[in-house]
Design a protein around this ligand. Sequence first.
Ligand code: BMA
Length: 339
Amino acid sequence: MSIKMISPPVPNMPWEEKPDGQKNAPVWRYTQNPIIDRNPIENVARIFNSAVMPYQGAFIGVFRAEQTDGVPHIYLGRSKDGLEWVFDSEKIPFVDEDGNPAMPVYAYDPRLVMVEDIYYIIWCQDFYGASIGLAQTTDFKTFTRMESPFIPFNRNAVLFPRRINGKYMMLSRPSDSGHTPFGDIFLSESPDMVYWGKHRHVMSRGPTWWEALKIGGGAAPIETSEGWLMFYHGVTGTCNGYVYSIGGAILDLEQPSKVLYRCANFLLTPEDWYEERGFVPNVCFPCATIHDSDSGRIAIYYGAADSYVGVAFCQLEEIVEYIKKYNKLSDIDTSLGKR
Ligand code: BMA
């Protein structure tokens, strides 16, 4: 392989070979999708938009669980193969720094990222308006809330898996208090995971139509020899509502507010029944990947129609080539993102 993934090998990651006759982007769905059905546990109606990662030879994840009262919270799940998941019966019991219970009012679209042996959960929560929640754990038993990185309104935050030039890096999408008919991806840095600043603009919505309305961070970027491979979501507005697709871009390794390549085509768009039909139809919403540096295999975990979790596969070299082949950048994307 000429393109390298700079991360540990995960030889037991879930995988299915590319089917014959694959057209368009080299991303293919797991044949047993969706991997999580409706009403997966008591008091939870749907699990979607969730993040997973390797842990102690198996897999662990934080799951957006829409409870039967309609309020989303985060539940922990474990899996031997990354496909069949067993969930805790209660939501994650967050505590504050003194160990006292500190539950968010609601919590949705969690991401899970390890930086220097600490696992961080990043999600959207109420902070007198929708904003970003942050917590850390080292053992998946005690989950300690941290300071909110940003004031409202903000969504779709995800951390980079390592510091860059000594700083923690977080992507996010400033928004409004509702369903946000606009939105670009921004980058913020922190020396300590408490104070966030040096904000930079990364990417604008559009120019191509599938992502014309808004874009937002998805999975934690994957470090590769070509740059940070980022799977994100892009939204188009139709006369029948928003449609969420998965896009791909490659960011500069040392200055990730600079976009090196950005694919003009979507990589995955709602096509199958569990993506087109559900609580919110036509949503493919990526939140995590599991990837193996030895084989270059990547499994993308995405929420489908705000009702299910789906998995799609791709191969590093093929996906990078596809992103480069259909690369279309604006001056705003390639600049440092500072005005
Ligand atoms: C966004 C978020 C996502 C959701 C999407 C489609 O604003 O709330 O959680 O998947 O809308 O409903």
